[in-house]
Design a protein around this ligand. Structure first.
Ligand SMILES: [Zn+2]
Length: 183
């Protein structure tokens, strides 16, 4: 009995340090793969839309914030439907943790900027950038996403909601210059 106890006690540090070393290696690996952000993983959830019309020729990307800290692609979808829209008005939603979710299909016209939705790709960052600054992870993934959209859609222009309409969106602390120096 005492022998078993001794073996068990000796095993604890081995297990603890063994796991530590393993998780250390894993985080090193994911840091090494930093460039994989060039190819952003888009997550999908099944959203039900009303009638949608085609996007038109892609011309620009417009950035927004949710002005809240805890929205999800589903909650934005429900909110926009409650306003009588066909569904979520943005093509992509970037969470604070760096997850990117597909909202409206990217070949369909959105409803994020009144009268200026033709060929306009809408990207919304979850957060209130009037009161907070953007977490590093969200910024990195957001920039990679915009570059990916520019590359795949063949467009350069990045603008912000407040340039198209009288609004503070996406907030005074939004890292504007980071998104204007992508290419
Ligand atoms: Zn906006």
């Amino acid at each position: 009995m005492q022998y078993i106890l001794l073996v068990a006690l000796l095993a604890i540090p081995v297990l603890v340090f063994g796991f530590r070393r393993k998780s250390g290696q894993e985080s090193e690996e994911s840091e090494d793969r930093g460039v994989f952000l060039e190819d952003v993983q888009i997550r999908y959830v099944n959203l039900l839309f009303g009638p949608l019309s085609p996007l038109g020729k892609p011309e620009k990307i417009t950035l927004h914030h949710t002005a809240s800290t805890n929205d999800t692609v589903q909650s934005i979808h429900a909110y926009h439907k409650s306003k009588g829209w066909a569904g979520i008005g943005y093509h992509y939603v970037v969470y604070a943790n760096g997850e990117v979710w597909q909202g409206r299909p990217s070949d369909k016209k959105v409803a994020h900027t009144e009268m200026q939705n033709e060929g306009n790709i809408g990207v919304c960052f979850v957060g209130n950038f009037d009161t907070h600054s953007m977490p590093q992870k969200q910024l990195e993934v957001g920039k990679a996403l915009i570059k990916q959209i520019q590359r795949t859609k063949g467009i350069k222009t990045v603008t912000f909601h407040k340039n198209l309409k009288s609004t503070n969106c996406p907030g005074k602390n939004f890292p504007y210059s980071s998104f204007l120096q992508l290419s």
